[in-house]
Design a protein around this ligand. Sequence first.
Ligand code: IPM
Ligand code: MG
Length: 349
Amino acid sequence: MAEAVKVLKAVEEVVGPLFSFQTGLVGGCAVDATASPLPAETISICNNARAVLLGAVGGPQWDSKRPELRPEQGLLQLRQRLGLYVNLRPAKVLDSLARISALKPERVRGTDLVIVRELMGGIYFGNPRGIFAKNGERMGVNTEIYREHEVERVAHRAFQLARLRHQKVTSVDKANVLESSRLWREVVTRIGRSYPDVGLEHLYVDSCAMQLIGCPTRFDVILTNNMFGDILSDEASMLTGSIGLLPSASLGEHAALYEPAHGSAPDIAGRNRANPVAAIASAALMLRYSFRMETEASAIEEAIERVLKRGVRTPDLPGKRRPTTTTHMGDLIAEATQKALKTARSRKK
Ligand code: IPM
Ligand code: MG
């Protein structure tokens, strides 16, 4: 997060003051300070903000807490409170970085997809849920529910996004087994009729998982539910080489939250080893979607690409040179952003 803020401040140095930052606690640190993973003060800060930038929230020291006190609850509640029903997770393999993918470069080269994940429904939030005792034995229960309007609104977002990209939506479900998926498929098909210019295909989630590895370049927009989107987006991250590269945007009708797709990596916390690219790229998405600052967003993305192309690597990325630190990577991207921005601005004049 510190590196993302550093880059935003670097943007301000070129274009003048833009942002006012407010900080709120969420997740583990909030549990420690206030005994709640999402304190009221944080909710009010987020409600009053134009956009929220979120850092990862968990760690093993909080794992044994009661479920309602787990750090993840902070994030899940925030999604609900802010009405963030769609989560965009782009995974793009840059030509120059195809070598660091977990797969063979020739297989991933050209991959450029976005997972559109439903974020406020499904098995994450359905009732009944809990661990209940019945006939002298305990059972764990969760419920996958999708109401038509929940599918409709996220489907519209996926088709609209596909229009700006390569006009192809792959809707992913498990309609051969689950009723919630059958309804999902029916609704997505109906919404798709109002986007005749966009191609629509349906895949079962198991087949999609396979094809993401087998032929990742065939995908453009992948539309799917909360749980499948969680899993497939981690899988897609490996196409690019590291989940440390991937940003995400969570959007509602009014609010927006931007966060890296990765977790808190507690094994390296505080050691200046984390890859700041996902956080910085999330800030770029914020500029694009919430502030309509396309020039600045592109400058940051260009800067990330430049720095990675030069062979600068954090320890999560394979490379020949000795890996650098989180803060140094942040410095280099901040610097490259200013350069890219100045060039873009002089071109405009
Ligand atoms: C994610 C994370 C979260 C999720 C966890 C931390 C609750 O894995 O954003 O993908 O499952 O949604
Ligand atoms: Mg996840």
